[in-house]
Design a protein around this ligand. Structure first.
Ligand code: IVH
Length: 681
């Protein structure tokens, strides 16, 4: 009897365990889908890990319950000596790739003619810069993955791809059905932020770095040791069905993408149907302008004929299908020649070598100069006058020389040397690590000009009409010898200057007069204290409340401000210790500058003292309005997520900060929840 009862308990436990195991797997898969397919995480990492641990423990006690598609089976196997050759279930074709819009028009015309239609519907997607893969599912189970190789056969990377959490090990049943066979094509990619983190880690470990996210993704998959792959933050996005059996035939590419998503395969949420080639052009423009703010690297768009039945009729060229086209973005990188190397002196006195280039058009802009950063960078890249070089211009970023392109039999000029004296004031320069600095401070006209431009800039005193050229004249004529002299400028002084008339002189003196009354934080920022940007200036103003309190704070007191560490505290204290700086400051006040001190922030309330980070766009207000709202409520808006972040507000299309917040277990609010917390709703 006793034996019987124990046996019953055991079967009962096994049954209960089976139910729990299945429940856990279903939950884990559900959260994988939310995270990787829908980009909308449902639980924290800690909660996810707890589910996973429980499943692993149960499977250890009941090994019979382990199935090959269990999420626990995503473990890395042993290193392999080489990759087996895999024959693809359908050829993995490559795309014809163009940059000229005329060729895109011709592509559309050819298709319309061949099909005898006035208009063709396309599906468009970003062209992802990663590693193209075939992934095969049999009866919904992941069975293998391979690289493109020569298009017919590739390298079997099944074990490596199994470690990518975005790749489901089992397809979700859509209306209880999965195809008997499904071969899908997708791109393994690494997000830009993950790539940066990976490189930072490799650098700490003294290992070679990856040149770009594509190399990092490809290198991580073509790894003989899956234990390395499993450590790499890889993603995947699927865009094509290579072969399918045992499922109703699809009519359109779009329907196919929708089905892939239902089966739990990540598909880009930037894919879109286009009703005509004009819409394809619009999409191309839109993606090109968003290129730098996307979290993955793309180098163009892909347009595919949506109607699947039409594709065989369009056929192939030598290697490319005639029904699809890659429409690349204009290159951000071009070759040109360094004609000279100039040296600029900035506001902080740092000497910056600048390459003067033979003019070259990059992405619609003529580039004539590119920064070379500092002495060590020039030496590291071994750049000299006369060299042929590759220049990159990414979005709004300052053009940069990335590398020299050695020429056959070239006779090179001598190596570049940084001048020993400041090219502007002649003071001997001092070396600070890789930088060279003119120590002459505001007595160096270049630094004075920089200081005045900064003083007048938008986030500082916002003096309209005080641009580079005017500053140049004011300094070179000696009218302005420090920022305090701006406040004694008279119309009649200005009229004497080249390019000034009565009206423009009056406008400038009016603008200066108006700028005299300004908020404390703006003035603190305007002073150009090293390491103090606009947001630190705001923190200082909010914390101390008055100029006197900031000026007299010692380093320890300064470090009580959230976000101010020892380096920033030291620069602030040093700035205010400097007698020359104090004198200029007092002159400004004597000449009429009035500082508006911040109102005491509300000390109570849900946002008081809280650090809040935004990720993604807000529907109800601009980012800066939202940040001001937080400040008014005594909170602190911040640009990056850390353990100290109290809330992350996720707007539309939240980016990498979202994931970081999730990983750190930071409380995540929707826009709606944030507004309610702020008492706006
Ligand atoms: S569609 C017939 N869509 O770009 C080929 N390809 O030569 C159908 N690629 O190696 C491919 N993003 O792997 C397609 N959204 C996308 C893509 C994409 C990247 C790759 C593809 C191929 C290369 C073009």
């Amino acid at each position: 009897m006793a034996t019987h009862r124990r046996a019953a308990a055991k079967t009962l436990t096994l049954d209960a365990a089976r139910r729990r195991v299945e429940q856990l797997r279903a939950r884990i898969r559900h959260h994988d889908t939310l995270y990787y397919v829908l980009d909308r995480p449902g639980i924290s990492d800690a909660e996810y890990d707890a589910l996973f641990d429980e499943l692993r423990r149960l499977e250890a006690v009941f090994p019979d319950l382990v199935t090959p598609d269990s999420p626990t089976q995503r473990v890395a196997g042993e290193p392999v000596p080489s990759f087996p050759e895999v024959r693809h279930l359908a050829p993995m074709l490559s795309l014809d790739s163009v940059t000229d819009p005329e060729e895109v028009r011709r592509f559309d015309e050819r298709i319309r003619q061949a099909l005898g239609r006035a208009r063709v519907t396309y599906v468009v997607e970003p062209k992802f810069d990663g590693l193209s893969l075939e992934v095969v599912y049999e009866n919904g189970q992941y069975v293998r993955a391979s690289t493109r190789g020569d298009g017919e056969r590739g390298e079997g990377v099944t074990e490596n791809v199994r470690t990518i959490r975005a790749v489901p090990l089992r397809l979700h049943a859509d209306r209880r059905r999965v195809p008997r066979l499904l071969a899908v094509r997708g791109e393994a990619i690494m997000r830009v932020e993950d790539f940066r983190k990976l490189n930072a880690q490799l650098e700490r470990e003294g290992k070679p770095l990856f040149a770009n996210p594509r190399n990092a993704a490809a290198g991580s998959i073509r790894q003989l040791d899956p234990r390395v792959t499993t450590q790499r933050p890889l993603r995947i996005t699927f865009y094509d069905v290579l072969r399918i059996k045992g499922a109703p035939a699809f009519q359109s590419d779009w329907a196919q993408l929708v089905a892939l998503r239902k089966w739990g395969l990540p598909v880009s949420d930037l894919s879109r149907p286009c009703e005509s080639i004009d819409e394809v052009f619009t999409y191309h423009r839109e993606m090109e302008s968003r290129r730098d703010s996307l979290d993955v690297e793309i180098d163009g768009i892909v347009a595919k004929v949506d109607d699947l039945a039409a594709r065989p009729r369009l056929g192939m060229t030598a290697r490319h299908p005639r029904w699809a086209l890659a429409f690349k973005f204009s290159p951000r990188e071009r070759e040109t020649v360094i004609e000279d190397i100039a040296v600029q002196v900035g506001r902080t006195g740092v000497l910056t070598p600048v390459a003067v280039l033979k003019p070259v058009e990059i992405g619609g802009v003529t580039v004539t100069r590119a920064t070379l950063h500092n002495r060590e960078e020039v030496a590291r890249k071994d750049l000299r006058i006369g060299d042929r070089v590759r220049v990159i211009r990414a979005g709004d970023v300052i053009p940069e020389v990335i590398a020299r392109v050695p020429q056959r039999g070239e006779r090179r000029k001598a190596s570049f040397e940084m001048p020993k004296r400041c090219p502007v004031c002649g003071t001997p320069v001092v070396r600070e690590g890789p930088f060279d600095r003119c120590p002459n401070g505001l007595a160096c006209p270049a630094q004075l000009k920089g200081a005045i431009e900064h003083f007048a800039s938008r986030d500082a005193l916002d003096i309209r009409g005080l641009g580079k050229e005017t500053v140049e004249k004011l300094v070179s004529t000696g009218l302005v010898q420090s920022v305090a002299d701006l406040f004694t400028l008279r119309e009649e002084d200005l009229i004497e200057l080249d390019g000034f008339a009565e009206v423009s002189a009056r406008n400038l003196t009016d603008a200066i007069e108006k700028a005299k009354r300004t908020e404390l934080w703006r003035f603190l920022y305007a002073l150009g204290i090293p390491n103090v940007g606009a947001s630190t200036a705001r923190d200082l103003a909010d914390h101390f409340g008055s100029l006197a309190a900031v000026m007299n704070a010692d380093e320890e007191t300064l470090m009580q401000v959230e976000g101010i560490g020892p380096n920033v505290a030291a620069s602030i204290a040093e700035f205010f210790r400097h007698l020359g700086n104090r004198r200029i400051l007092h002159l400004c006040l004597r000449r009429g500058v009035q500082l508006v001190e911040p109102k005491r922030a509300r000390r109570a309330g849900p946002l008081a003292g809280k650090a809040v980070v935004f990720t993604g766009g807000l529907a109800s207000m601009s980012r800066s309005d939202a940040e001001n709202l937080i400040r008014r409520l005594g909170g602190r808006p911040s640009g990056s997520v850390s353990k100290k972040t109290d809330y992350a507000v996720a707007g539309t299309e939240p980016g990498s900060k979202y994931e970081k917040a999730r990983a750190l277990g930071v409380k995540i609010l929707s826009e709606e929840e944030f507004l309610r917390l702020a008492g706006v709703r």
